[in-house]
Design a protein around this ligand. Structure first.
Ligand code: ZN
Ligand code: ZN
Length: 344
């Protein structure tokens, strides 16, 4: 089968021929219907080096996946050939207490091995994908796998955050979304589906802000020297009740801090690695500055349920496998709106 493989860190992935995976007992192989391209793939390709993590190349990229059940290993019950499914991409140890509850994003041994498919373990940018445990599959009904693939990370990650901050987002509240890209445009829809908050989106790109308005942002602010003031004005001077920072650079964290009001939640989700000098007075009183990482298996079931109710839909640009590298180039240049999905 054809697959997009990363052969070494700090290189571009290559289209290669690999043997089609065989399901062992208790395993499933899916025919990939869509594999989302994520900024964290670029991060791994460009910034990781040998020895930085207890895993490395070669491996097939792609941690956002959906497709159809293709081959079923012995002992697997309740799945049939051709059934459409989404894939929970995280790989925890499977037996610690968080893993037992489906929270493999919080695995107590999470730093000891590959964190998910497409990171040290073959991922979804291939014709077929081996699933180690059918527990990682979520049926998607009549949804199109290419539309669903981004929901497994770009949808699941903001869904988890929004569930955590939901008590702050009462009627009259304001939620600021920094970065209206792959995750941000889904966050805006999930905020609309789950909370009465007024959503304000910030981005450097006007095309991303147009998409943000299309999917439910009440106001948008294009980054300038005056962004913090414009954002404050958009909250009627009150400041934000929640800021979701999908970039995570030093300037975006500082922007979130500048529009924070006392008691609010400032959540950094983007992995740009920006620093923030924190002390008792650095933020208004009782602001919670925290991170959030991917999501749990039960939360993925909930995201898929929202999509099946037509309340969340990824804005998808499709690329064939042999144009996957081009999709990453466009992502690097900031020329994609929504999510790029590779359709093998
Ligand atoms: Zn991702
Ligand atoms: Zn675990």
């Amino acid at each position: 089968m054809r697959a997009l493989q990363l052969k070494s860190f700090q290189s571009d992935p290559e289209l290669v021929d690999l043997p089609e995976p065989e399901p062992g007992p208790g395993q499933v192989v899916i025919k990939v219907g869509g594999a989302g391209a994520c900024h964290s793939d670029l991060h791994v390709m460009r910034e990781f080096a040998e020895g930085m993590a207890p895993w490395g190349p070669p491996f097939v990229l792609g941690h956002e996946a959906a497709g159809w059940v293709h081959r079923i290993g012995s002992g697997v019950r309740n799945y049939e050939h051709g059934q459409p499914v989404a894939v929970y991409g995280l790989l925890g140890c499977g037996h610690c207490k968080p893993c037992a509850a489906g929270a493999e994003n919080l695995c107590e041994h999470g730093m000891e091995g590959p964190p998910g498919i497409g990171f040290g373990v073959d991922g979804a940018m291939a014709e077929y994908l081996l699933i180690s445990d059918p527990r990682r599959l979520v049926p998607i009904g009549d949804l199109d796998p290419a539309d669903v693939a981004p929901l497994t990370d770009a949808g699941l990650t903001p869904y988890r955050v929004i569930k955590k901050v939901q008590p702050k987002l009462t009627p009259g509240s304001h939620a600021v979304v920094i970065g209206a890209g792959g995750l941000g445009h889904l966050a805006i829809q999930i905020l609309g589906a789950m909370t009465p908050a007024t959503v304000i989106a910030v981005d450097t790109r006007e095309s991303a802000l147009a998409l943000a308005r299309q999917v439910g942002a009440a106001a948008t602010v294009q980054t300038s020297d005056n962004t913090a003031q414009e954002l404050k004005d958009a909250t009627e001077g009150a400041g934000a009740d929640v800021v979701l920072d999908f970039v995570g650079s030093a300037p975006t964290i500082a922007l979130g801090a500048a529009v924070a009001k006392p008691g609010m939640d400032l959540v950094v989700i983007g992995a740009a690695g920006g620093q923030f000098a924190w002390n008792f007075y650095a933020l208004p009183y009782e602001v919670s500055l925290t991170t959030s990482f991917w999501g749990t298996l039960p939360e993925l079931h909930e995201v898929i349920a929202l999509a099946r109710q037509n309340k969340v839909k990824a804005h998808v640009q499709r690329f064939p496998l042999d144009e996957a590298r081009h999709a990453y180039e466009l992502m690097e240049k900031g020329q994609l709106d929504g999510r790029a999905v590779i359709v093998p």
